[in-house]
Each structure stands twice: as C-alpha cells, then as structure tokens.
Design a protein around this ligand. Structure first.
Ligand code: HEM
Length: 338
C-alpha cells in the first residue's frame, strides 16, 4: 500500500514514474543538495496523524450508527445473531465492526491513490505528485492500524464473554482471532483466515518500503505489486462474513459498486503504466529479452482485469451479489454465523 519507489534502480529506458518522489531512495539532504530526506517509518508515522484522526472520526460515526441500528432492531447483525440485541453487552464487537468498515474504506482510498501514482495521472488533479505519494503512505499505515484495531477488539470481545480462567481466555481469544485455522466454526472457518491473510500480507508488502534501500528498489517494487491481493482478500472477507452485508440489499450492492473504480483504475494503470518498461508492447519488440510467455502473462493479466470489471458490473446491474435471502420478519434467524 505504498508508492512505487524512486527512480534509483529503475530499469533501462524507464522514465521516472510520476509518483516517484524526487529523493526517495537517495541520501538525506545536505548542504547544497536540496532534495528532501528519505521518508522513514518514524517520519511517516508522524505524518499519519491527521488522516489517522479523520479515520477515528469515521470509526466513531460508524460505531454510533451501528449502535443506533442495534437498539432499533434494524441491524441485520441482530437478525443473524439474535443474542447480540444487547447493544451495551456487545459494544466491543460493534466497535470492532466499525473499525472494520474504516479499515476497508482506508484500504480502498490507499489502493486508489497507489494506482493514481503508478498509472497515468489525470490532468487537473489539484494535488502534487509528492503530496499524493505521502498521502498514499500515510493512508497505508493507517489502514494497517485500523485492521489491527478491528481484530484486537474482536479478540477482546471473545475474552470478555469467556468464563474460563484469565490465561486460558487470553490464549483462546488470541488463537481464534490471530492464528489461521484457530477459529473452527461456521463461515468464520474461511472468512477469518482470509482476513488474517490480508493483515499478515499487508505488513510486509506495505512496511518493506522503509527498508527498500536494503532489499533493493526493484525487489521492493515487484513485491509491492502484490498488495492488490491484500485488498481483494479484505473485500472477500467483508462480503463473506460481515453481518451488516449478510443479506441481499442496496448496501451490499454498494460495496460491490465501490469496487468498479478500483478495477477501472487498475486496468488503466496496466494499459498505461507510468514506467515505460512496464508497458505492453508487441511481443519481442519493445521488450527485448522477454519471451512470448512473459508477454502472454502480462496480456492475460490485463484480460483478467477486464473480466473482473465486467463481472462487477454484472453484479451491480443484476443486483445478484451473493447475499443471503432475508429471513421472515416474525422469526429469529436460523442462519449460522458463529
Ligand atoms: C486478523 C484479521 C481479522 C479478523 C480476526 C477479523 C474478524 C472479523 C469478524 C469476526 C467479523 C464479523 C463481524 C460481523 O458480525 O459483522 C468481521 C467483519 C468485517 N471485517 Fe474483519 N477481520 C480481520 C481482518 C479484516 C480486514 C483485513 C478487513 C479490511 C481491511 C476487515 C474488515 C471487515 C469488515 C468491513 C467487516 C464487516 C463488519 C460488519 O458487517 O459490520 N477485516 N471481521
């Protein structure tokens, strides 16, 4: 979830990508060298404060909304798990949900920013390249923090509602929330490891940016491309397990709809990458040394993104978004969430 690296280590024939900070990867500014210092984890953590505060405000607003919906019995979380009707008794769970939504929103934002940096920059964008790049880094750091808060609050709720001894409660909650395979019932058997995979992949794929001068900018860049997988896992986890998007309805469809700009920007980024060496030219022509297989792979990737965009469009237009059918209003749900 971080920006593409600096020109240092770029491939032959590369023009600097618009998202490249002038001095990332270079030494700190000295004397007449007026280039800004290389961003460090410390400096970016400090810079993350403003959008971190906005993220907390969004989380608070979502939390208030979720509580109001629980109290008025409109929330589908209560239809799925009737014992959760006690808004005060399960406040940590609802706060965890609120952090989940903020995490997903920040992941969405940071992915869009990253794609703007590595693809063609729209004309008339009122934000400079370095500023966009910094925003991409700070929203990435905040996404990781929001996911961690979401998972920790879920674990805290498990601890609170367990009656065993303290150490055993802590151990069980840790295993269920953080160890793949530790949660062994219902849809969570798949959905929880999917969320965990997103968190555990986000850490290296985002944070390795701060040691890219050690691992090499090219290695960093190649690894960072896979961060899109983190985003796909996050959306999958949400649509599979979120009780507020459990049933068919406009909100679930809206979550799908929000994936259209991501697919569209990803396609544009692949078709017109900022780095010349990433462009798809006719096999063997502008990519000497690269075989037809590599070209086929790149072409196939672009076709796959077109297919995904069309599939999302079909889901949104048809409204067939994989949600469960609402249970009749006069009965408790028989759906198993766990
Ligand atoms: C260790 C990793 C994770 C754990 C243990 C975890 C746990 C959970 C649980 C138990 C739920 C069900 C809550 C409900 O009843 O709706 C849930 C839903 C959700 N999760 Fe996660 N999650 C993890 C990772 C993630 C990630 C990476 C994201 C997104 C960036 C995310 C975003 C969400 C969202 C948006 C919901 C829907 C909440 C709702 O319906 O109100 N989670 N997660």
């Amino acid at each position: 979830m971080n920006p593409p690296p600096a020109p240092t280590g770029s491939e032959p024939g590369d023009a600097p990508a618009p998202g490249d900070a002038p001095a990332s990867g270079g030494p700190p500014a000295t004397g007449t060298d007026r280039r800004p210092a290389r961003p460090t984890l410390g400096s970016d953590l400090k810079a993350s404060l403003p959008d971190g505060l906005v993220a907390l405000a969004v989380t608070a607003a979502v939390f208030a909304l979720l509580l109001a919906r629980i109290r008025s019995r409109e929330s589908s979380t209560v239809s799925v798990m009737p014992f959760m009707a006690d808004a005060e008794g399960f406040w940590m769970y609802f706060l965890s949900q609120a952090f989940g939504w903020a995490a997903l929103l920040w992941a969405w934002l940071t992915v869009l920013l990253g794609l703007l940096l590595s693809g063609p920059r729209p004309r008339g964008l009122p934000v400079s390249g370095p500023r966009l790049e910094r925003l991409h880094r700070t929203t990435s750091l905040n996404t990781i923090a929001l996911i961690a808060a979401h998972a920790l609050l879920f674990a805290a709720e498990l601890v609170r509602h367990d009656t065993a001894r303290w150490h055993s409660r802590l151990y069980t909650a840790f295993v269920e929330a953080f160890v793949p395979g530790g949660y062994d019932s219902g849809t969570g058997q798949i959905a929880i490891p999917v969320g965990q995979a997103a968190l555990y992949l986000a850490l290296p794929l985002g944070l390795l940016f701060y040691v890219r001068h050690r691992i090499g900018p090219r290695t960093w860049r190649v690894l960072h491309r896979f961060v899109i997988v983190v985003y796909v896992l996050s959306v999958w986890h949400t649509l599979l397990y979120g009780t507020n998007v459990w049933y068919d309805g406009w909100f679930r469809t809206a979550v799908w709809l929000l994936q259209l700009p991501v697919a569209a920007l990803l396609l544009v980024r692949l078709l017109r990458p900022a780095r010349r060496s990433e462009r798809l030219s006719r096999p063997g022509l502008a990519a000497p040394g690269r075989g037809r297989a590599a070209w086929g792979l790149r072409f196939g990737g672009r076709l796959a993104v077109v297919a995904v965009a069309l599939a999302i469009l079909a889901v949104v237009v048809s409204g067939r978004d994989g949600g469960r059918t609402l249970p009749p209003a006069d009965t408790s749900s028989t759906h198993q969430h766990d």
